[in-house]
Design a protein. Structure first.
Length: 344
């Protein structure tokens, strides 16, 4: 009932949907940077939606299973193999006792779930890793070679899903949430449609547009510079959020403030004019101007950003952001209902 980490890669952590209700005490939410993807994957293998899985950033990952399990993954541009069998995104696959799952990242982040979930001790109601505070997850840190993670008992739903599979990989798949796609060679339209562009030169960065709403400290001058600017992700970015370079914003009309609440999605504007897009591990308060907010469904896109990737911003309305979030939840609910109808 465990999985052995033969090769841990870099910054690979245990994450669930996050740690909520403690921001007033200065505790970040943490959790998977694309919690919607984690929920879908857990449904695919019969887990509770927010069971703990593994978030993968870079470096080759190799996991050996002590007993039979189902796995599923989604995220960026990755090669995943269950033994010798290639596993597509959003398909559950069998892992036999002793078999090795190998994950080779090319770009972005990915999330891997295992039937039964990763059974680490909850801290403040969550199994997520808070690397900076060094608690939660596996010993409050990123995984290392040789770690052994306990797994929970598979559910009855997992047993029904397993019995319905005819081969090593299921012939059904989870929904590809449009907000979770890692775009290659272009940007998506304002309503999620994929624009047709020429193939990307592998030597050039990826491009992405994040949709935003104005923040408390928005003004037309600084906001216009944000919307017109072409940024790239700095090398010192992490799960707290990508730091952007390349088109500094004039901060003459802004000033530091008394510290107040910030949340994942907030775009802060430090004195140097290089924006910071906050993600799940962000602090709970900050004194930099809050020029804008990335809409909730686009935080999944922001999670795929890697150093030197190009970033642009597009203004949208709060009403449109709410519509997109409702649609995403509707898609997940339909998938949940479909699984229930098929597997009981």
């Amino acid at each position: 009932m465990r999985v052995v980490v033969l090769a841990a890669g870099y910054s690979t952590t245990v994450q669930d949907c996050g740690r909520f209700g403690f921001r007033k005490f200065g505790v970040p939410a943490a959790g998977a940077l694309d919690a919607a993807a984690l929920r879908v994957l857990n449904l695919l293998v019969g887990n509770d939606e927010c069971a703990a899985g593994i978030e993968i950033s870079s470096g080759r990952i190799r996991l050996q299973f002590a007993d039979d399990r189902l796995i599923a993954w989604s995220g960026g541009d990755f090669d995943v193999h269950a033994g010798a069998v290639a596993v597509p995104q959003l398909r559950c696959a069998r892992m036999s006792a002793g078999a090795v799952c190998e994950i080779s990242p090319r770009h972005g982040r990915a999330w891997l779930v295992i039937s039964g979930g990763v059974d680490v001790r909850p801290v403040l109601g969550s199994r997520s890793t808070d690397v900076r505070a060094r608690f939660g997850g596996w010993q409050g840190r990123a995984l290392r070679d040789g770690d052994e993670l306990l797994l929970g008992a598979p559910t009855k739903a997992t047993a029904r899903i397993t019995s319905a599979m005819n081969g090593a990989v299921a012939d059904w798949s989870g929904p590809q949430l449009s907000s979770s796609r890692a775009e290659r060679g272009g940007v998506e339209g304002s309503r999620g449609e994929s624009l047709q562009v020429a193939p990307r030169d592998p030597s050039t960065p990826l491009g992405m547009t994040l949709r935003i709403t104005p923040g408390k400290n928005w003004n037309d001058e600084a906001g216009g510079q944000l919307l017109r600017g072409n940024f790239h992700v700095a090398v010192n970015s992490d799960r707290m959020g990508p730091r952007l370079e390349g088109a500094n914003i004039d901060t003459a009309q802004t000033s530091e403030l008394v510290s107040e609440a910030v949340v994942p999605g907030t775009i802060q504007l430090p004195p140097g004019g290089a924006p910071i897009v906050l993600l799940a591990d962000c602090q709970t308060i900050g004194g930099y101007p809050k020029i804008a907010h990335v809409i909730t469904v686009d935080l999944a896109r922001a999670a795929q950003l890697q150093p030197m990737d190009e970033v642009r911003f597009e203004l949208t309305t709060l009403e449109h952001a709410q519509q997109l979030l409702r649609q995403r939840e509707h898609d997940i609910a339909l998938f949940r209902a479909g699984l229930q109808a098929r597997f009981g």
